[in-house]
Design a protein around this ligand. Structure first.
Ligand SMILES: [Zn+2]
Ligand SMILES: [Zn+2]
Length: 263
């Protein structure tokens, strides 16, 4: 399995996942043209994408979904509530498939398991995506870590986890009170402290790569999120020498194409 966070943050999200001949995107929150450009950086043709799996209807996750579906004919997968809430933005789709939150399904050799997260949208989900050898856990846009999220992200070889803001930067920052409140709420976004503590919990022998995602440009710094995550992981003495890597996804640049290895 290979994957790449193409863009991450409140101005647009998309992640590319490839296994065998199957190529999918989680979210398409930027223009079709920009997504095409970003895929070209990792030498993937937009026409080769088999499906877009949608987490929730906020614009930074669905902005390009409609146009890509109509222009390139990419099928779109989401739950019913997200489709309903997204209808005004995405308009007509060339093909769409409803999944049920909490019920895993097969897609071209992948097992896709959408699970409930805690966010202020209709029926937001994270995904656990497995190909029989590797699993990738994807969880951004959640205000808290539930028992269910813990279960779904356990024992994944790769994790894309939100590390949205530094609480102090948010508190001292220029956002209006209602927005600060929204971000900090249990249906908002995960802060660096919760994300790093969660990573420490999730650490296991087979964890190969962690990507910190959906960082706020206003209320966070990549080096702060990275330092906290690494410190939390290293506080477990068993982590050393395992080759676990941590990287930080960003808004402006395409991330590294990460290849999960077989042991
Ligand atoms: Zn978002
Ligand atoms: Zn959102």
């Amino acid at each position: 399995m290979r994957f790449c966070v193409l863009a991450s943050g409140s101005r647009g999200n998309a992640t590319y996942i490839e296994s065998g001949k199957t190529r999918i995107l989680i979210d398409a929150g930027m223009s079709g043209k920009e997504l095409q450009r970003r895929l070209a950086v990792i030498e993937v043709d937009i026409a080769a994408i088999d499906a877009i799996m949608v987490t929730h209807e906020h614009n930074d996750h669905i902005h390009g979904v409609g146009v890509l579906s109509r222009r390139v004919g990419i099928p779109v997968f989401a739950n019913a509530a997200t489709f309903a809430a997204a209808a005004r933005t995405v308009h007509r789709l060339s093909a769409y498939n409803e999944f049920e939150t909490g019920v895993s399904f097969q897609f071209h050799g992948l097992e896709i398991h959408p699970f409930t997260i805690s966010h202020d949208s209709a029926d937001p989900v994270g995904f656990r995506i497995s190909n029989g050898t590797h699993s990738l856990g994807y969880c951004t846009d959640t205000g808290r870590v539930s028992q269910l999220i813990r279960q779904r992200l356990a024992s994944c070889q790769a994790l894309v986890l939100e590390s949205n803001h530094d609480i102090e930067m948010l508190q001292k920052g220029t956002y209006p009170p209602y927005l600060k409140q929204r971000i900090r709420s249990s249906q908002g976004h995960l802060d660096n402290g919760l994300a790093s503590a969660f990573l420490k919990e999730l650490l296991h022998e087979d964890l190969q790569h962690v990507v910190l995602a959906h960082l706020s440009e206003e209320n966070n710094r990549p080096e702060i999120a990275y330092r906290l995550a690494v410190a939390a992981l290293e506080s477990n003495p068993n982590v050393k020498g395992r080759g676990l890597r941590v990287s930080v996804a960003c808004q402006e640049r395409v991330g590294e194409l990460i290849h999960l290895s077989c042991k």
